[in-house]
Design a protein around this ligand. Structure first.
Ligand code: GAP
Length: 512
C-alpha cells in the first residue's frame, strides 16, 4: 500500500536521508530552513526526471526548443513582470505562538476540512449502498453535502473579493469569523494581515556606491520571455511554438514546511507556448491534456491526480489550473498550467522599449503572441514519485521489506550485479558484466553479505533489476535476473542482457 498520511511523510523523509536521496542543507550547522541537498541517489533521480521531461517536451515536439537562461536578470525584468509589486503572499502572525502563517493557506485548510467531511459522507453512503451507489448524484443531492458546499462557495467568494480589492482587513475578518485557531497555540489572537514580497534580493557590482539591487529569479519563465525574439529569429520558429527551460528559482516562502514540497530554493521545468491571439484557450486545453498524460505515464495510479481550477487568477492569467497530486499530506499543487495572455511580452515591450512582435506570414500581420505556460516543480515531482513509490510490504514468508517502486526508467541505479561469493572468479565475472552494461545503465557492484540482504538493500533504493553471478555462470554464461517488483528470478544468457534491458527501460511507449 502506498502512503497517504503525515506519519508516512516522516518515514519517507528518514528513508530519503538514510539512503542518500535527500539531506537537509548544511546539516552540520543544524540545517537551513526549507533548503535541501540531493544526495548520491537523489541527484540521479532528479537528473532522470529532468531528462524525461526534456525528452517529452523538447525532443518529442519539433516546434519546441530549450534554453538555459541566467538566474540573475536585469532588475527591470521584475518590475515589468509585476513581481516587484504583486508577488506577495498575505501573512498573518499568531500573537501567542509567534508563528507566522499564510492567511490564504489558513483559509484553504479550513475549506479542506469541510471537503473532508463531504468525502466522509460519500464514503459512508458508498458503504451503505454498495454497487448501486452513484457518487455524482449523491454529491449533487445530499443535504449535508450541499450545505457544506454552499459554505465553501461562500468562503471562497468572500476571500476572492477581499484579494481582488486588496482588502487585507477583510481577510483578517474572514479568519476571525471562521474562528480559525493557530494550530500551535490554539489561540485566535491574530495580528493584522500584511503583504510580504517573496523575492530574494542581493546586489550586483563590486563597488557599494554603484551596486544595483537585483533579484534571484522567482520563476524561470521570465528568462524565456525576454529571449522570445532571440529564439524565434535564430531558430526560425513559426507560431505556434514553445520554449522550454529547466532551472533554479528562489522564493522566500512564509510557510516553509513539508520537506521538499515548499522550498526557498527549488527547480522548475517550464515551457511557454506562443500562440495566435484568440487561440489560447484551444492550446490551454491541449496542454492540460498533454501534461496530465505525462504525469500518468509515470505509472502512478490515476487516482493520485486531479485538476484544480484557480479561484484567484494570478496577475498575468486569463485561465489557470493546477494538476494536484495526493501527497502524503493530501492533494496539493504539483504543476500549474496558465494562459498568460500577452501580458508578459507586452510588459517587456513597455519597459524595455523594444518590440516583441511576431510577423505571421499566413495572416500577413504582426502581433504580440499569447502564451500558454506549463510549469511543474522538479522537487515536487520528485516527492510525488518518491511518496508513491515508498512501500512497506509483508511478504508471504512472513518477512518484511521496504521497497521504492520507482518507475524503472527513472531509477537512480538501473542494475545491481552480485557475485554469489567473493571468490572462484565470480567477482571478476560480475565486473565484466558491469563493464558491458555501464555505457547504457548506471550499475552497482555489491558483494557484501548474503544475496538476500543485498536484494533488500537494492529494494530500499529502488533498483529495478539485480543480476547474480554464480558457478553455473562460469560454465554456461548465464545469470539470474531478479525483478524488484515481482521478486521473480529468471535465468538469462549474458549475451541477452542488453536486449532484455533495452526493452525494460524503453520509454518509447510512454512518450507516444
Ligand atoms: N511561472 C509560473 C509559476 O512559477 P507557480 O504555480 O508559482 O507558477 C510553478 O509555480 C510550480 O513550481 C508549482 O506548481 C510547484 O510545483 C513549483 N513550486 C512553486 N513554489 C515552490 C516552492 N516553494 N518549492 C518547491 N516547488 C515550488
Amino acid at each position: 500500500m502506498a502512503i497517504t498520511n503525515e506519519d508516512n511523510l516522516k518515514k519517507i523523509i528518514s528513508h530519503a536521508k538514510e539512503y542518500g536521496y535527500v539531506f537537509q542543507s548544511s546539516e552540520i550547522y543544524d540545517g537551513l530552513s526549507a533548503v535541501y541537498d540531493y544526495g548520491q541517489l537523489g541527484s540521479e533521480l532528479k537528473k532522470n526526471i529532468k531528462e524525461y521531461w526534456w525528452k517529452a517536451m523538447v525532443q518529442m515536439h519539433e516546434n519546441i526548443v530549450g534554453i538555459d537562461a541566467a538566474i540573475f536578470m536585469h532588475p527591470e525584468t521584475w518590475k515589468a513582470s509585476g513581481h516587484v509589486d504583486a508577488f506577495n503572499d498575505p501573512l498573518i502572525d499568531n500573537k501567542d505562538s509567534k508563528k507566522r502563517y499564510r492567511a490564504d493557506v489558513l483559509i484553504e485548510e479550513y475549506i479542506g476540512k469541510i471537503e473532508a467531511k463531504n468525502e466522509k459522507e460519500a464514503e459512508k453512503a458508498q458503504a451503505r449502498f454498495g454497487d448501486a451507489f452513484n457518487r455524482e448524484q449523491f454529491l449533487a443531492t445530499n443535504p449535508n453535502v450541499l450545505r457544506n458546499q454552499s459554505k465553501i462557495d461562500e468562503i471562497n467568494a468572500r476571500f476572492k473579493a477581499c484579494m481582488n480589492n486588496d482588502d487585507l482587513t477583510g481577510v483578517k475578518k474572514l479568519i476571525e469569523d471562521l474562528e480559525i485557531a493557530c494550530p500551535i497555540s490554539g489561540s485566535k489572537n491574530w495580528t493584522d494581515v500584511k503583504q510580504f514580497n517573496l523575492m530574494f534580493s542581493t546586489e550586483i557590482g563590486s563597488v557599494s556606491e554603484t551596486a544595483n539591487k537585483i533579484y534571484l529569479r522567482p520563476e524561470t519563465a521570465q528568462g524565456i520571455f525576454v529571449n522570445f525574439l532571440n529564439v524565434q529569429k535564430t531558430g526560425r520558429m513559426k507560431i505556434p511554438f514553445g520554449i522550454a527551460q529547466i532551472g533554479k528559482a528562489f522564493r522566500n516562502e512564509i510557510v516553509a514546511r513539508q520537506f521538499i514540497f515548499r522550498m526557498r530554493e527549488f527547480e522548475q521545468m517550464e515551457m511557454q507556448f506562443f500562440v495566435r491571439p484568440g487561440e489560447e484557450m484551444k492550446w490551454y486545453e491541449y496542454w492540460k491534456n498533454e501534461r496530465i498524460k505525462w504525469h500518468q505515464s509515470l505509472g502512478i495510479d490515476q487516482k493520485y491526480y486531479r485538476f484544480h481550477d484557480h479561484i484567484k487568477l494570478a496577475h498575468y492569467a486569463n485561465a489557470a489550473c493546477d494538476i494536484e497530486f495526493n501527497f502524503p499530506m493530501g492533494f496539493k499543487e504539483l504543476e500549474g498550467i496558465h494562459s498568460r495572455t500577452d501580458f508578459d511580452l507586452k510588459q517587456h515591450e513597455k519597459h524595455s522599449g523594444k518590440k516583441l512582435q511576431y510577423f505571421d506570414t499566413e495572416l500577413n500581420e504582426s502581433y504580440v503572441p499569447y502564451v500558454v505556460e506549463t510549469s511543474v516543480g522538479l522537487d515536487r515531482t520528485f516527492l510525488a514519485i518518491l511518496s508513491a513509490a515508498f512501500q512497506e510490504q509483508k511478504l508471504e514468508d512472513g518477512s518484511e521489506r521496504t521497497v521504492l517502486a520507482i518507475p524503472a526508467f527513472l531509477a537512480p541505479i538501473k542494475v545491481a550485479v552480485f557475485p554469489l561469493i567473493k571468490k572462484d572468479g565470480l567477482p571478476e565475472k560480475a565486473q565484466e558484466i558491469i563493464n558491458q552494461l555501464k555505457y547504457d545503465y548506471h550499475c552497482q557492484f555489491d558483494e557484501k553479505d548474503s544475496v538476500g540482504k543485498r536484494y533488500r538493500r537494492q529494494d530500499a533504493i529502488g533498483t529495478p533489476f539485480c543480476i547474480t553471478v554464480d558457478h553455473q555462470t562460469l560454465e554456461d554464461n548465464t545469470v539470474t535476473v531478479r525483478d524488484r517488483d515481482t521478486m521473480e528470478q529468471q535465468r538469462v544468457s549474458i549475451s541477452a542482457l542488453e536486449t532484455l534491458f533495452k526493452e525494460k527501460f524503453d520509454v518509447r511507449k510512454l512518450l507516444g
